[in-house]
Design a protein. Structure first.
Length: 186
């Protein structure tokens, strides 16, 4: 089935932009705009200083690893695939390998880009790239001092059931696991 896409030109006109707030992780800006309806307004955007990187390590038995941690903005505990922030200037592949080692103590013989995501495109420029990691060798995790992590290893099919049950709700994790299932990866 061929999908026909419509006009993709930008209907927004930006007149001015100013920084509202900035730190090592985010920058907030406010733009004075003319909207697609030809009205004047403002649009606030959160720009992320890092690219989100997710990794689904898969061993020869079809197992993967999940990381559990308290997510401060959500005020909730979250189970996720291995994830981290890739600073500007670092290759996403290098970041993925570093995060595998830090969070799970894993090294991978092969790393393959699997999917790209826009995480909250109505208010942020937050983007993610997800990798599949294979040829897994287990070792000792080396978490950052600010991280208090739990690590579990389980079959991908069980992780899929956790997604369906709503026990995994992190968007990068949900998207990656659902795509793997849709492609009959497990």
């Amino acid at each position: 089935m061929a999908i026909e896409l419509k006009d993709e030109s930008n209907p927004w006109l930006v007149h001015a932009s100013k920084e509202i707030y900035s730190n090592a992780w985010i920058r907030v800006r406010e733009d004075q705009v003319t909207t697609p309806a030809n009205t004047q307004g403002i649009y606030s955007v959160v720009e992320f200083q890092n690219l989100a990187v997710g990794i689904v390590p898969i061993d020869e038995q079809g197992n993967t690893w999940l990381v559990g941690q308290w997510r401060y903005p959500l005020e909730a505990y979250s189970w996720e695939i291995i994830e981290g922030g890739c600073p500007k200037g670092e290759k996403p592949e290098d970041c993925a390998l570093r995060e595998l080692k830090e969070e799970a103590g894993l090294t991978a013989e092969k790393l393959m880009p699997f999917m790209e995501l826009s995480l909250s495109n109505s208010s942020t420029d937050d983007k993610a790239i997800v990798y599949l990691a294979t040829g897994i060798v287990e070792g000792e995790a080396e978490p950052e001092e600010t991280e208090q992590l739990q690590l579990v290893k389980m079959p991908l099919a069980d992780v899929y059931e956790l997604v369906l049950a709503g026990k995994i709700h992190d968007s990068i994790s949900v998207a990656a696991i659902l795509k793997l299932k849709a492609l009959d990866y497990f």
